[in-house]
Design a binder for this molecule. Structure first.
Ligand code: IPD
Ligand code: CA
Ligand code: CA
Length: 268
């Protein structure tokens, strides 16, 4: 990045505008009876339409400004590009919350340059909050710099997690929580890991872990955590990924990563 000092700021500005537009679209365009649709035959289709439309809005906007970039989006955007920049997009993180009218959902957009995430934005429209970070440039909620909270002992730590959509994995995940719960202050399951990562960066959580996440779920939020002074990883010695993602304030991360790894949070 040193050769192009302005690039990450340019990417950040585009990501912020794209996320703002998608957030407005998702709030304004959410049918009033979407919650009712949850009890009808095709609730998932209704939500999927919003996911797809949000991703298209974002990719159309970004492509208009940077036609040579690549894309990785949860709803199917997948192109290589030729500029060295790739956009990583979750058009709604927290789809089930969006369906039910619960507030914890977000639009997550990250920009990677030659494989390294250099800018990230998480827009949480229902809270009126936008989180962002650039690599080496710090993390912010609006204009307010973010810092993770000082680490408490693990038994006083508030830990978030999430559960897979894959039924077979859920029994194993429940077993991990059963063993973790007596060792921490409490456990939260918000339904949006992008929001959880930002809450961690903002000092509203002490740590989180989850199995089965994809790059689009955590790319932006992970940068925001690290730029707020937190740490993240996968299984010990590895990067965050599908097998396991762990994040926390440094002291909590140091205890939580080996603990959940030892409890088997990464396998059935
Ligand atoms: C999901 C949310 C949820 C997490 C799941 C993700 P989606 O993303 O982040 O909190 O537990 O693992 O798949 O499906 O709402 O975009
Ligand atoms: Ca997601
Ligand atoms: Ca999603």
């Amino acid at each position: 990045m040193t050769d192009q000092p302005d690039l990450k700021d340019q990417l950040l500005d585009l990501a912020r505008e794209a996320a703002r537009r998608a957030g407005t679209f998702l709030c304004d365009g959410r049918p009033d009876d979407l919650g009712v649709a949850a009890t009808k035959s095709s609730p998932i289709d209704v939500v999927t339409e919003m996911d797809i439309a949000s991703e298209k809005l974002i990719t159309d906007f970004l492509r208009e400004h940077r036609p040579d970039d690549g894309f990785l989006g949860e709803e199917g955007a997948s192109t290589e590009g030729s500029s060295g920049v790739r956009w990583i997009i979750d058009p709604i993180d927290g789809t089930v919350n969006y369906l039910y009218g619960l507030p914890s959902w977000a639009v997550s957009i990250a920009a990677a340059h030659h494989g390294e995430v250099v800018a990230g934005v998480v827009e949480v429209p229902t809270r009126g909050e936008t989180f962002h970070a650039t690599l080496g440039g710090g993390a912010f909620r609006g204009d307010t710099p973010l810092r993770v909270r000082p680490a408490p002992p693990l038994e006083q730590a508030l830990i978030a997690t999430g559960f897979s959509y894959v039924t077979e994995q859920r029994a194993a995940q429940a077993e991990v929580v059963r063993q973790l719960l007596p060792r921490v202050r409490d456990v939260r399951r918000s339904g949006s890991v992008a929001v959880d990562l930002c809450d961690l960066a903002a000092g509203r959580l002490d740590g989180l872990y989850e199995r089965g996440l994809h790059l689009w779920d955590f790319a932006a939020g992970d940068l925001i955590v690290r730029e707020a002074g937190g740490r993240s990883g996968g299984r010990p010695g590895q990067a965050p990924g599908e097998e396991l993602t762990v994040a926390g304030s440094p002291g909590v991360f140091a205890e939580l990563q080996p603990l959940v790894d030892g409890l088997g949070a990464w396998h059935d």
